[in-house]
Design a protein around this ligand. Structure first.
Ligand SMILES: C[S@@+](CC[C@H](N)C(=O)[O-])C[C@H]1O[C@@H](n2cnc3c(N)ncnc32)[C@H](O)[C@@H]1O
Length: 372
């Protein structure tokens, strides 16, 4: 028998075992029968009919003991079926918070472990490190983004948009529907602060910078890397606005251990915000590492939280991953919610990059500060 024939036989056997396991779970066969199959069947297998995994099947049958067993045996928490639902989403649809939490916490543990491995140099080959902060996975890298052409326009919904052509597919770099998120973010970050010192990464449509300008900031640093955005800012007179200092380049060129001393004003920044496009969670986490040095005693930090925002469970897991990593840096996160369910109709020609109905707004404060 040739190698390819035996590979094919192995594949068929695994497929059969995978189908059988899912079938037995859905048929609610005795746990002993299922356990016997779990030992041999591929737990990653997703069936042909609906694309569901054994974990989805266990969530459908609401079998807590089995969900736990499958997780302990290494079932995959974030595989999605043909309808883009994870097993935890299925649990959520039954209002089964116990199963939802079991799977969500398994996801959290898996992603935290991956982050540790990745920080020790292991290849980041799964979700945590490749997950884009705004789920724009079509872009290979920040450098690819920075050399691409951007288009500022108004779409058929009458909203301002900044668009990018990513391999023939249109992606909104920034879209007017995010206005509500930016309004709420600026309000949360600035409450009770007078003439704050602000640093913002990523100008985009300038929505949040316009809001920051309305606070008459004593210093307003904007870090922007894309040449097309910089020329748009020049045309709109941003270089002449009061207190504004524009740093042309990537934030990584300015916010790093060598340059931080020269960048941070006396007493630190009062408001730090970051919303770069096309960066992965690894980069966001690197940014987190500089936040304690950027913030002054009354300082507040927020970031655009689009991590996994095309699936409710993954969004939940990443909210918690970010919270754990910020907590390790001595930063507490208070979450508030912004209803963005109306944005569903405002995608125009862009690929939807944020489809959960509620935006989770992180307000981050150094532990011990009273500025919350
Ligand atoms: C989503 S937009 C920001 C939108 C902005 N919050 C607003 O209210 O309009 C992202 C911006 O970050 C810029 N950007 C992307 N990567 C960057 C980096 N590494 N450093 C600085 N700016 C970056 C992009 O060119 C883009 O202008």
């Amino acid at each position: 028998m040739s190698k390819s024939d035996s590979d094919e036989d192995d594949f068929e056997e695994l497929t059969e075992l995978g189908e059988q396991l899912i079938y037995c779970i859905l048929a609610e066969e005795p746990l002993e029968n299922i356990k016997a199959l779990v030992a041999d069947a591929p737990l990653w297998y997703q069936n042909d009919a609906e694309g569901i995994s054994c974990l989805h099947a266990a969530a459908y049958t609401r079998n807590r003991e089995l969900v736990k067993l499958l997780i302990d045996e290494g079932a995959i928490w974030n595989s999605v079926d043909y309808l883009h639902n994870t097993a935890a989403d299925i649990a959520l649809s039954f209002n089964d918070t116990e199963i939802y939490t079991l799977i969500r916490d398994a996801g959290l543990r898996a992603e935290l472990l991956l982050a540790v491995l990745s920080s020790r140099g292991a290849p980041a080959d799964t979700s945590a490190m490749i997950l884009q902060a705004n789920d724009t996975t079509a872009l290979a890298s920040t450098d690819a983004f920075l050399s691409s052409k951007l288009r500022f326009t108004v779409d058929q919904n009458g909203q301002e948009i900044c668009m990018l052509d990513a391999n023939g597919e249109e992606v909104g770099v920034m879209m007017g529907w995010e206005d509500g998120i930016m309004q709420e973010t600026a309000r949360t970050l600035s409450s009770e602060l007078e003439r704050p010192k602000v640093i913002n990464v990523g100008f985009g449509l300038g929505i949040i910078d316009t809001l920051f300008q309305s606070l008459s900031p004593s210093l307003h640093v904007i870090v922007e890397a894309h040449p097309d955005v910089l020329s748009h800012m020049r045309q709109q007179g941003w270089y002449e606005k009061p207190g504004v200092k524009i740093l042309e380049g990537k934030w990584q060129d300015f916010i790093n251990s060598e340059k931080l001393d020269g960048l941070v004003p006396e007493g630190g920044f009062d408001i730090v915000y970051t919303d770069p496009f096309s960066e992965d969670y690894g980069e966001l986490r690197r940014f987190f590492g500089h936040v304690p040095a950027l913030l002054g005693p009354r300082g507040r930090f927020s970031f655009f939280h689009g991590l996994g925002a095309t699936n409710p469970t993954i969004y939940d897991v990443y909210s918690r991953v970010a919270e754990v990593h910020l907590s390790d840096l001595g930063i507490d996160v208070k979450w508030s919610e912004v209803n963005v369910s109306q944005q569903r109709h405002k995608w125009g020609n862009s690929r939807p990059y944020f489809t959960v109905p509620t935006y989770r707004l992180p307000l981050c404060i150094r532990r011990g500060n009273s500025s919350g």
